[in-house]
Design a protein around this ligand. Sequence first.
Ligand SMILES: [Zn+2]
Length: 349
Amino acid sequence: MAKNEEDPAIFFVEGKSPILYNYAALYWTVVETDNQIRPEDFTVVYGSKIAEKDWDESITTSGTVHPLSETRNGGFLAPFHAILDGKPRDTFAISISGPEGVILRSVTLILAHHFGEIKTQAAKNESTHLLTDSVGVNTVGISALSARPAIISRASWWGSLPSGELNSPRWPPSYKNITHALIHHTGSAPHNDQPTPAVAADWVRSIWRWHATSTSGGHNWGDIGYNFIVDRFGNIYHGRHNPQLDASPPQDVIGAHAGVFNAGTMGVSFLGLFDAGLPSSAALSSAEQLLAWRFRLRGLDPLGQAIINNRLLFRIAGHRDTGAATVCPGDHITRYLPTMRNNVALRMR
Ligand SMILES: [Zn+2]
C-alpha cells in the first residue's frame, strides 16, 4: 500500500496525563489483512502542551512522525515526543492516519518522565533505548479513556432561561436503558461560527427555546430533545433533563430526537451544520469518550448491531439510518461513523 497524503485519521485521542511527561510514544497493532501494511503507511500527528496553556502558546510542541521502520512485536511504534527544552507537559492530542480499511486492534500511549539525561539524538534505536531503560516510566492504557467525561450541567449552561423550567416540570423524565446511540447535528449555522464557548452555550440555549417552547413556531415539548450536545471546543452539554444520569445504578432518560426511536437511544448531537466537513477533532474525541463511558455502563458493543423498532441498526448509528426523512447528521459525519465505532471500541478496551 502506498502512502497517500489524504489517508483518513483512523484514531484520535486528546486528554490530560496523570503525570508530567517529557517523553511519549504510541504503540499500536492492527487487524491483519491480505495487504501488507508497512510502517511508512502510517502518520502520527501530535501536539503536546501544559493544561493551563492554549494550544497556540509557545510551550506547545507539535509535529508529524512516522513509526519506526521495523515493526515491534507485530505492532507499530512511533516515538513522537522527547522534549528537549526541559519543560515537561501534561496534555496531549494525537491522531493516527493510515490506509483506508485498516482497523486498529489496540493502541497504547506511553508517557514517561525521564529523570536522567535525555539524549538529544532522535535516532531510531536511541528512542527505543529511552523507552526501555529509563527510570520513572509510566504507561497510560487506552482503557482510561472511557472514563466519564466532564459534562456541563444544565444549571451551568442555563443562563437567563426561565429558572422554573430547569428541571423540566412540563415534561417529567421517563427512563429506558439505552441499546443504541443516534448521532445528530443540530443544523442551523456552520460550527466555525462558534468563536468562543460562550457563543456555543448561546446556541444550546437557542435550541432549548426551539424545542421546549412555542416561540417562533417551536415544538413546545417542555425541554430540549437531545440527550447530549457537543460543541466545537469539545464541551459536552447535558441536554434532556436526567436527574438519574449519575445515580447508582444510572438511568437513561428518554429524549426527543428521533421519533419512535427516542426510547432506548442516546441522542448525541454535534453543535453546527456539517455539510462542508467534519466536526473538530476536539468534538469528535469528546463524543467518542461520552459514548465509550455510557456503552461501558450498559455493556454494549460499539461495533455491533441490534434490532430496534423492527430495524437492524448499528449500535452507533446516524439519525438518517432510522429511515427518517432527514439528511442528519450529514454526509461527512455519516462517512465517519465506522471510525467513530472503532475509536469507541478502542477506548473501551
Ligand atoms: Zn437528527
